[in-house]
Ligand binder design. Structure first.
Ligand code: PMP
Length: 284
């Protein structure tokens, strides 16, 4: 595999950043990941918009122009021969002798990789649906910034794996679902409306979430942005997850209890079928 590091494309095992990189020592870094489908990067423009916002929130300098970044991402995908998978890129504040406060004159570290995904395994998850578990949300309150500070997310995903589940969904102190460890959460209510949590500071504003709202509008499916409880999710007509990696993944069991009759729902299937008609494609 090939990795891009600060201006060079190198074999991944030779790709190195400083031990004193602030991404390494303080999780002082932001990232993005886009789906690559049939040789095109999906919704790149929106991911670059969100990256700009994450960088601005943390006052990390932009390492290069949008055009240059787009070139690097396409090149990384191309050099890794990824037709279906994802491209991942990360920007840290840079490397400097360890000190919590921002160092002066530091240059951001920019790395990017691309990887193929197991299309058959993803198709199976989509066809059969997946089990999830719920866990208390123990993250900081700025999860709207897409930082690499993902330890609570990693621990939650591991807990899911150990419970035989695919994803862990966080629940806030008031009993409302926030989001998954790496996905947004949706349900279909009794009237056939989509319900998802408002993108306030409790969740990441998922790009797939935004695009799915456009897909829903095109399909005349109503969307309600409001909080919902675990009980409501467990008794919903359909439940599903969205993320750039999986696009839409139906949920068929929660904390060991069967939901939505244990099969993927028809509204989720409809939205999923239309998704790539509406998403933007940047050929690699
Ligand atoms: N929430 C979290 C915590 C995530 O890590 C992700 C995946 N990046 C999402 C939601 C979904 O966001 P997107 O649709 O932009 O991938």
């Amino acid at each position: 595999r090939i990795t891009y590091v600060n201006g060079r494309y190198v074999p991944s095992r030779e790709a190195v950043v400083s031990v004193e990189d602030r991404g390494n020592q303080f999780a002082d870094a932001v990232y993005e990941a886009c789906q690559i489908k049939d040789g095109a990067i999906i919704d790149l423009r929106r991911h670059l918009d969100r990256l700009d916002r994450s960088l601005a929130e943390l006052r990390i300098a932009t390492p290069m122009s949008r055009a240059a970044m787009t070139h690097v991402l396409r090149e990384v995908a191309r050099r890794n021969k990824v037709e279906n998978g994802y491209v991942y890129w990360q920007i840290s504040r840079g490397a400097a002798p360890r000190d919590h406060a921002f160092p002066a004159g530091v240059r951001p570290t920019f790395t990017a990789t691309a990887k193929s995904l197991d299309v058959a395994a993803a198709a199976l998850r989509y066809e059969k649906g997946v089990p999830i578990i719920t866990l208390p949300d123990n993250r900081w309150e700025r999860v709207d910034i897409k930082t690499v500070g993902l330890l609570p997310n990693a621990l939650a995903k591991q807990a899911a794996r150990e419970a035989g589940a695919f994803e862990a969904v966080f629940v806030d102190a008031e009993g409302y679902v926030t989001e998954g460890s790496s996905a947004n959460v949706w349900l279909v209510d009794g009237e056939g409306r989509l319900v998802t949590r408002p993108a306030d500071r409790g969740i990441l504003r998922g790009i797939t979430r935004s695009v799915l709202m456009e897909v829903a509008a095109a399909e005349d499916v109503a969307v309600v942005e409001r909080r919902f409880t675990v009980t409501e999710m467990k008794t919903a007509r359909e439940v599903f997850l969205t993320s750039a990696g999986a696009i839409l993944c139906p949920v068929v069991s929660i904390d060991g209890e069967t939901v939505a009759n244990g099969v993927p729902g028809s509204i989720a299937a409809r939205l999923r079928r239309r998704f790539h008609d509406i998403a933007e494609r940047t050929p690699i």
